[in-house]
Design a protein around this ligand. Structure first.
Ligand code: SAM
Length: 227
Protein backbone atom coordinates (compact mmCIF):
# COMPACT_ATOMS: atom_id res chain seq x y z
CA UNK A 1 0.00 0.00 0.00
CA UNK A 2 1.30 3.46 -0.90
CA UNK A 3 1.99 5.59 2.15
CA UNK A 4 3.03 9.21 2.61
CA UNK A 5 5.67 9.15 5.35
CA UNK A 6 6.51 12.35 7.23
CA UNK A 7 9.88 11.77 8.82
CA UNK A 8 11.62 13.93 11.44
CA UNK A 9 15.38 14.30 10.94
CA UNK A 10 18.11 15.82 13.16
CA UNK A 11 18.18 19.57 13.95
CA UNK A 12 21.97 19.54 14.04
CA UNK A 13 23.47 16.42 15.53
CA UNK A 14 23.35 13.65 12.91
CA UNK A 15 23.00 10.99 15.61
CA UNK A 16 19.58 12.35 16.56
CA UNK A 17 17.59 10.16 14.22
CA UNK A 18 15.34 7.31 15.24
CA UNK A 19 15.87 3.71 14.23
CA UNK A 20 12.41 3.74 12.65
CA UNK A 21 13.24 6.85 10.60
CA UNK A 22 16.33 5.15 9.12
CA UNK A 23 14.36 1.94 8.51
CA UNK A 24 11.51 3.81 6.79
CA UNK A 25 13.82 5.97 4.64
CA UNK A 26 15.52 2.75 3.50
CA UNK A 27 12.19 1.16 2.53
CA UNK A 28 10.35 4.03 0.88
CA UNK A 29 10.34 4.34 -2.93
CA UNK A 30 11.16 8.06 -3.16
CA UNK A 31 12.25 10.84 -0.83
CA UNK A 32 11.06 14.44 -1.14
CA UNK A 33 13.45 16.89 0.52
CA UNK A 34 14.04 20.64 0.73
CA UNK A 35 17.67 20.82 -0.34
CA UNK A 36 18.97 17.64 -1.97
CA UNK A 37 22.59 18.50 -0.99
CA UNK A 38 21.69 18.87 2.70
CA UNK A 39 19.66 15.67 2.79
CA UNK A 40 22.30 13.73 0.83
CA UNK A 41 24.76 14.27 3.71
CA UNK A 42 22.31 12.69 6.16
CA UNK A 43 21.25 9.88 3.85
CA UNK A 44 24.83 8.98 2.92
CA UNK A 45 25.74 8.94 6.62
CA UNK A 46 23.12 6.21 7.11
CA UNK A 47 23.87 4.38 3.83
CA UNK A 48 20.47 5.23 2.34
CA UNK A 49 20.40 5.43 -1.43
CA UNK A 50 16.93 6.36 -2.75
CA UNK A 51 15.78 8.68 -5.52
CA UNK A 52 15.41 12.24 -4.18
CA UNK A 53 13.39 15.12 -5.52
CA UNK A 54 13.15 18.68 -4.28
CA UNK A 55 10.12 19.82 -2.31
CA UNK A 56 10.52 23.29 -0.84
CA UNK A 57 8.43 26.38 -0.14
CA UNK A 58 8.86 27.71 -3.70
CA UNK A 59 7.65 24.57 -5.52
CA UNK A 60 5.43 23.05 -2.83
CA UNK A 61 2.09 23.75 -4.57
CA UNK A 62 3.24 22.27 -7.84
CA UNK A 63 5.02 19.28 -6.26
CA UNK A 64 1.95 18.21 -4.26
CA UNK A 65 0.44 17.06 -7.55
CA UNK A 66 3.59 15.08 -8.27
CA UNK A 67 3.44 13.42 -4.83
CA UNK A 68 -0.22 12.50 -5.36
CA UNK A 69 0.62 10.97 -8.76
CA UNK A 70 3.33 8.83 -7.16
CA UNK A 71 0.96 7.67 -4.40
CA UNK A 72 -1.81 6.99 -6.93
CA UNK A 73 0.68 4.86 -8.86
CA UNK A 74 1.17 2.68 -5.77
CA UNK A 75 4.59 3.94 -4.64
CA UNK A 76 5.40 5.39 -1.21
CA UNK A 77 6.97 8.79 -0.65
CA UNK A 78 8.84 10.08 2.40
CA UNK A 79 8.96 13.81 3.09
CA UNK A 80 11.93 15.12 5.05
CA UNK A 81 13.05 18.71 5.61
CA UNK A 82 16.50 20.24 6.14
CA UNK A 83 15.99 19.92 9.89
CA UNK A 84 13.45 18.60 12.34
CA UNK A 85 9.82 17.85 11.70
CA UNK A 86 8.41 18.53 8.21
CA UNK A 87 5.29 20.68 8.37
CA UNK A 88 6.61 22.74 11.30
CA UNK A 89 7.74 26.03 9.71
CA UNK A 90 8.75 23.78 6.82
CA UNK A 91 6.93 22.32 3.79
CA UNK A 92 4.66 19.36 4.45
CA UNK A 93 1.21 20.62 5.37
CA UNK A 94 -0.11 20.91 1.79
CA UNK A 95 1.02 17.40 0.83
CA UNK A 96 -0.32 15.89 4.05
CA UNK A 97 -3.71 17.52 3.54
CA UNK A 98 -3.85 16.44 -0.11
CA UNK A 99 -2.89 12.86 0.78
CA UNK A 100 -5.68 12.68 3.39
CA UNK A 101 -8.19 14.24 0.99
CA UNK A 102 -7.32 11.62 -1.64
CA UNK A 103 -7.66 8.67 0.72
CA UNK A 104 -3.95 7.88 1.17
CA UNK A 105 -2.40 6.77 4.43
CA UNK A 106 -0.22 9.34 6.17
CA UNK A 107 2.29 8.03 8.70
CA UNK A 108 4.42 10.34 10.82
CA UNK A 109 7.75 9.07 12.13
CA UNK A 110 8.36 11.37 15.12
CA UNK A 111 11.74 12.70 16.17
CA UNK A 112 13.56 15.96 16.84
CA UNK A 113 12.10 19.43 16.43
CA UNK A 114 13.42 22.76 17.60
CA UNK A 115 10.26 23.79 19.48
CA UNK A 116 10.15 21.01 22.04
CA UNK A 117 13.93 20.85 22.39
CA UNK A 118 14.06 24.59 23.17
CA UNK A 119 11.10 24.77 25.54
CA UNK A 120 12.30 21.80 27.54
CA UNK A 121 15.89 23.15 27.64
CA UNK A 122 14.63 26.59 28.75
CA UNK A 123 13.32 25.40 32.10
CA UNK A 124 10.40 27.80 31.62
CA UNK A 125 6.81 26.58 32.11
CA UNK A 126 5.93 24.06 29.40
CA UNK A 127 2.53 22.84 30.59
CA UNK A 128 0.89 25.26 28.12
CA UNK A 129 2.55 27.27 25.40
CA UNK A 130 1.91 29.12 22.15
CA UNK A 131 4.06 28.48 19.10
CA UNK A 132 4.44 31.62 16.97
CA UNK A 133 6.82 30.14 14.36
CA UNK A 134 8.61 32.90 12.42
CA UNK A 135 7.11 36.35 13.00
CA UNK A 136 6.24 38.36 9.88
CA UNK A 137 9.19 40.57 8.83
CA UNK A 138 7.23 43.84 8.63
CA UNK A 139 3.44 44.06 8.51
CA UNK A 140 1.87 42.66 11.66
CA UNK A 141 5.18 42.09 13.41
CA UNK A 142 4.60 44.68 16.12
CA UNK A 143 1.08 43.38 16.86
CA UNK A 144 2.38 39.83 17.24
CA UNK A 145 5.19 40.93 19.57
CA UNK A 146 2.71 42.91 21.67
CA UNK A 147 0.53 39.78 21.92
CA UNK A 148 3.58 37.82 23.15
CA UNK A 149 4.21 40.52 25.77
CA UNK A 150 0.56 40.30 26.87
CA UNK A 151 0.46 36.49 26.97
CA UNK A 152 0.01 34.71 30.27
CA UNK A 153 1.55 31.50 28.97
CA UNK A 154 4.94 30.70 27.47
CA UNK A 155 5.56 31.57 23.81
CA UNK A 156 8.04 29.95 21.45
CA UNK A 157 9.38 31.96 18.48
CA UNK A 158 11.73 31.01 15.66
CA UNK A 159 14.03 33.96 15.00
CA UNK A 160 16.95 34.62 12.70
CA UNK A 161 20.25 35.66 14.34
CA UNK A 162 20.40 39.08 12.69
CA UNK A 163 16.93 40.01 13.99
CA UNK A 164 17.42 38.69 17.53
CA UNK A 165 18.46 41.95 19.22
CA UNK A 166 15.71 43.94 17.52
CA UNK A 167 13.15 41.30 18.55
CA UNK A 168 14.28 41.42 22.19
CA UNK A 169 14.23 45.24 22.10
CA UNK A 170 10.66 45.36 20.78
CA UNK A 171 9.55 42.76 23.30
CA UNK A 172 11.18 44.81 26.06
CA UNK A 173 9.31 47.91 24.88
CA UNK A 174 5.98 46.08 25.28
CA UNK A 175 6.72 44.36 28.61
CA UNK A 176 5.68 46.39 31.65
CA UNK A 177 7.44 44.16 34.15
CA UNK A 178 10.51 41.94 34.38
CA UNK A 179 10.21 39.04 31.98
CA UNK A 180 11.93 35.65 31.85
CA UNK A 181 13.24 34.55 28.48
CA UNK A 182 15.54 31.93 27.07
CA UNK A 183 17.50 32.12 23.83
CA UNK A 184 18.27 28.59 22.66
CA UNK A 185 20.96 28.72 19.98
CA UNK A 186 22.55 25.97 17.89
CA UNK A 187 20.64 23.23 19.72
CA UNK A 188 22.26 19.79 19.62
CA UNK A 189 25.33 21.27 17.85
CA UNK A 190 28.91 21.86 19.00
CA UNK A 191 28.30 25.48 20.08
CA UNK A 192 24.89 24.93 21.69
CA UNK A 193 23.92 27.78 23.99
CA UNK A 194 20.99 27.96 26.40
CA UNK A 195 20.91 31.57 27.57
CA UNK A 196 18.14 32.11 30.12
CA UNK A 197 17.42 34.99 32.44
CA UNK A 198 15.57 38.27 32.69
CA UNK A 199 14.89 39.98 29.37
CA UNK A 200 16.95 43.09 30.30
CA UNK A 201 20.04 41.03 31.08
CA UNK A 202 19.72 38.77 28.04
CA UNK A 203 19.23 41.79 25.79
CA UNK A 204 22.30 43.52 27.28
CA UNK A 205 24.33 40.36 26.69
CA UNK A 206 23.45 40.12 22.97
CA UNK A 207 23.81 43.88 22.47
CA UNK A 208 27.45 43.79 23.49
CA UNK A 209 28.33 40.86 21.20
CA UNK A 210 29.90 41.87 17.87
CA UNK A 211 27.55 39.48 16.05
CA UNK A 212 25.12 36.66 16.69
CA UNK A 213 25.28 33.54 14.55
CA UNK A 214 23.47 30.24 14.22
CA UNK A 215 19.91 29.00 14.50
CA UNK A 216 17.77 30.41 17.26
CA UNK A 217 14.60 29.70 19.20
CA UNK A 218 13.40 32.28 21.70
CA UNK A 219 11.23 31.10 24.59
CA UNK A 220 9.34 33.86 26.39
CA UNK A 221 7.70 33.12 29.73
CA UNK A 222 4.16 34.30 30.44
CA UNK A 223 3.75 37.77 31.96
CA UNK A 224 3.07 36.66 35.54
CA UNK A 225 5.88 34.14 35.75
CA UNK A 226 8.69 34.75 38.23
CA UNK A 227 11.30 32.66 40.02
N1 SAM B 1 11.06 21.91 10.96
C1 SAM B 1 11.96 22.47 11.92
C2 SAM B 1 11.57 21.98 13.31
O1 SAM B 1 10.98 20.93 13.39
O2 SAM B 1 11.89 22.62 14.29
C3 SAM B 1 12.03 23.97 11.83
C4 SAM B 1 12.47 24.47 10.49
S1 SAM B 1 12.52 26.20 10.39
C5 SAM B 1 12.72 26.44 8.66
C6 SAM B 1 14.14 26.57 10.91
C7 SAM B 1 14.15 27.30 12.25
O3 SAM B 1 14.03 26.36 13.31
C8 SAM B 1 15.48 28.03 12.53
O4 SAM B 1 15.49 29.31 11.95
C9 SAM B 1 15.46 28.11 14.04
O5 SAM B 1 14.58 29.12 14.49
C10 SAM B 1 14.86 26.74 14.40
N2 SAM B 1 15.93 25.74 14.51
C11 SAM B 1 16.17 24.70 13.70
N3 SAM B 1 17.24 24.01 14.14
C12 SAM B 1 17.70 24.64 15.24
C13 SAM B 1 18.78 24.43 16.14
N4 SAM B 1 19.62 23.42 15.98
N5 SAM B 1 18.93 25.28 17.18
C14 SAM B 1 18.09 26.32 17.36
N6 SAM B 1 17.05 26.57 16.54
C15 SAM B 1 16.86 25.75 15.50
Amino acid sequence: MAVLYIIATPIGNLSDITHRAVETLSLTDLIACEDTRTSSVLLQHYGINKPLFSFHQHNEHHKVEHILNILNGGQSVAIISDAGMPGISDPGFLAIRAAHQNGHTVTVIPGPDAITTAIVASGLPSDRFTFEGFLPPKKGRQTRIKAIADSEITTVVYESPHKLVRFLEMLDDFCDEARWVCVARELTKKFEEINRGLLNDILADYRQRPSVKGEIVVVVAGKNYSE
